[in-house]
Write a protein that binds this ligand. Structure first.
Ligand code: HEC
Length: 116
């Protein structure tokens, strides 16, 4: 009996992990990386967002997360691999950076497909 469970369990593990699509995975990672979710500063889909308005030396200012849905992969990768002012430091592996890139570019992909 033990042997049967031993043989079957890897199959279940594999089956369970294949239920989540790459887009579901990347969407979850965007909203819940090991740190603050990207959407708080860059908007739900990476379109950019004003996080807070404030007054400094009698000047109205705002803290903004820039749009990150139009960057090329290189810029995207570099920003996530080094220290960026105003942004938490994330320690992501390449696969995770790729997944995040996929997530914020999902609409661009649709645009490309529609053109065909
Ligand atoms: C606390 C707010 C905050 C959070 C959370 C945050 N960022 Fe940022 N991010 C910023 C700010 C502010 C900048 C702009 C820094 C600058 O202008 O030097 C930035 C810059 C970037 C850039 C570079 C943009 C460019 O034009 O070069 C990328 C890419 C990026 N963030 C991706 C992400 C991703 C992906 C996440 C989630 C894993 C994330 N950020 C989470 C605030 C944030």
């Amino acid at each position: 009996m033990k042997h049967i469970i031993f043989l079957i369990s890897p199959f279940f593990l594999f089956a369970a992990s294949s239920f989540i699509t790459p887009m579901e995975y990347s969407s979850q990672l965007y909203k819940n990386p090991r740190g603050i979710g990207c959407q708080h500063c860059h908007g739900e889909n990476g379109e950019g967002k004003i996080v807070a308005n404030y007054v400094e030396k009698k000047q109205k200012k705002s803290f903004k997360g820039p749009a990150i849905n139009k960057l090329d992969y290189n810029k995207f990768y570099i920003a996530l691999s080094k220290r960026v002012d105003g942004m938490p430091r994330y320690f992501l592996i390449n696969k995770e950076i790729e997944a995040l890139y996929l997530f914020v570019h999902k609409n661009n992909e649709k645009e490309v497909k529609n053109e065909k």
